[in-house]
Design a protein around this ligand. Structure first.
Ligand SMILES: [Mg+2]
Length: 373
């Protein structure tokens, strides 16, 4: 104990008053003091060990550094409760108080300024993003809800596509008219180029097959082509009938046929010429009435470049009233009966490609405008 007293009293920072000791220990004495205290000795006097309070005082809520007045509450309360003497360094108190409190608003203001700056940056970026979205939007505006008319058009377009796929796959049968909501879809399909593209693709694959067939020198390798909407086109007529949305009118249709103005389907005409040139015997098989339409059909085909076929076969009286399937099956059977080998059979109707003696391969051309059983 005496050693501690000796140590403390030897320090030039010790002040004693009413048996209270205030020990302001310099840095080079701290280790020795700590060692002495932790070794088990304690003072007989009441004592206070000071430190630089401003380095660890913070408010719980805001985490702001404590003000001088807040820090002062602690030693003041201790002094009152335990009857300690307060030793004030009068000449320094005002200076500390002033400099310490002056740090708080400065530090705090800087932080607030930083936060406000960041808020301004975020607000600016948000505004710019919104502005860019408006500028880059297709119509210079933010996406808006579709109108009822737009939604209906889109719905009809989707239905038209489903309808077309279904009828081409022969999943809808029989049918007399195209559903009216398909009109715009079919108009676009038939007149804007997709129909020709589909036709061309099928013809491409037909020729891929036909060009590799080993032909016999006996001249009996045959090919069957339908006429309407295969070799020659009735799209002009069906355009006036809303692409099949209006009911079929045989009188008007016959009047159209009798004009002999059906244009060729260019891709099929090219195929026809290639088949003839290769050595196939091409038979043109149609359900048109032989008695009334033979001459104009022959002329129409000739004018459109269908020259060199083996035979044009129209529906004669004996087949009148029969289904296309039955009639055309009978004709193909006759052709095979003559000794021909039918390698390919092309038509726009499923009834062209069903029944008997179909040939080694059949090819369906697109036609979503009408159905013949
Ligand atoms: Mg046809």
């Amino acid at each position: 104990m005496k050693e501690i007293e000796k140590f403390l009293r030897s320090s030039d920072c010790i002040t004693s008053a009413n048996n209270h000791i205030v020990c302001n220990i310099k840095d080079h004495d701290k280790t020795a003091t700590t060692t002495t205290i932790t070794s088990g000795y304690f003072f007989t006097w009441s004592c206070r060990i000071g430190t630089e309070h401003e380095k660890f005082g913070f408010e719980f809520g805001s985490l702001r550094p404590m003000k001088y007045e807040q820090i002062a509450e602690l030693p003041n309360d201790i002094a009152e409760r335990f009857d300690w003497d307060k030793i004030m360094e009068d000449e320094k108190e005002d200076q500390w108080k002033k400099s310490w409190n002056s740090r708080i608003p400065t530090h705090h203001n800087k932080m607030i300024l930083k936060i406000k700056f960041l808020q301004a940056v975020v607000a600016g970026l948000t505004y710019l993003t919104t502005l860019l979205s408006r500028v880059l939007s297709p119509k210079g505006r933010l996406p808006q809800q579709k109108s009822g008319e737009e939604s209906e058009r889109e719905e009809n377009e989707r239905f038209g596509l489903s309808w077309r796929v279904a009828v081409e796959a022969n999943n809808v049968r029989p049918w007399r008219t195209v559903p009216p909501q398909c009109y715009h879809h079919l108009e676009n399909y038939m007149c804007a180029g997709q129909y020709e593209l589909d036709l061309n693709l099928v013809v491409e694959h037909i020729w891929l097959y036909a060009s590799q067939i080993p032909l016999s020198p006996d001249g009996m390798d045959a090919w069957i082509l339908d006429v309407d909407d295969t070799c020659i086109s009735n799209v002009s007529y069906y355009k006036a009938r809303r692409f099949g949305c209006d009911p079929f009118d045989s009188t008007i249709f016959k009047a159209w046929i009798k004009k002999g103005m059906c244009p060729a389907n260019p891709a099929v005409r090219s195929l026809f010429n290639a088949l003839v040139e290769r050595g196939f015997k091409v038979f043109l098989l149609t359900g048109r009435d032989k008695a009334t339409l033979s001459e104009i059909t022959t002329l129409n085909l000739h004018n459109q470049g269908f020259i060199g076929y083996q035979r044009l076969i129209l529906r004669s009286g004996e087949y009148k009233g029969q289904s296309a399937v039955r009639y055309k099956s009978a004709i193909r059977k006759e052709i095979e009966g003559e000794g021909y080998r039918i390698w390919g059979n092309v038509g726009d109707q499923w009834s062209d490609l069903q029944g008997e003696c179909l040939g080694k391969r059949t090819f369906k051309l697109p036609n979503p405008m009408y159905f013949i059983s």
